[in-house]
Design a protein around this ligand. Structure first.
Ligand SMILES: [Zn+2]
Length: 85
């Protein structure tokens, strides 16, 4: 069953578009979400986890959804951080 646009119901969805910030100093920078960056997050010695954001764009109305590709992994990490704190 094809995914449909949440706003207009169209099936003209463009999947997995990459979301980038403006080009800075000649480099393209993907937008990311980050967890584990708070002080005392319990991730001792670990670097914050960064996950790139992807977009799904409706080719009919332009509605754009943002999402991450590995939500389950992010959720497990977030729970680990919360427990440690
Ligand atoms: Zn739409």
């Amino acid at each position: 069953m094809p995914a449909l646009c949440d706003r207009c119901g169209s099936d003209k969805l463009i999947e997995d578009a990459k979301v980038e910030d403006h080009i800075t100093a000649g480099r393209r920078v993907a937008l990311e979400v980050m967890i584990g960056h708070q002080k005392g997050s319990g991730m001792r010695g670990d670097k914050p986890v960064r996950v790139p954001i992807k977009a799904r764009i409706c080719g009919e109305c332009g509605f754009t959804e943002l999402y991450v590709s590995e939500p389950a992994r992010l959720w497990r990490l977030a729970q680990k951080i919360n427990r440690a704190g």
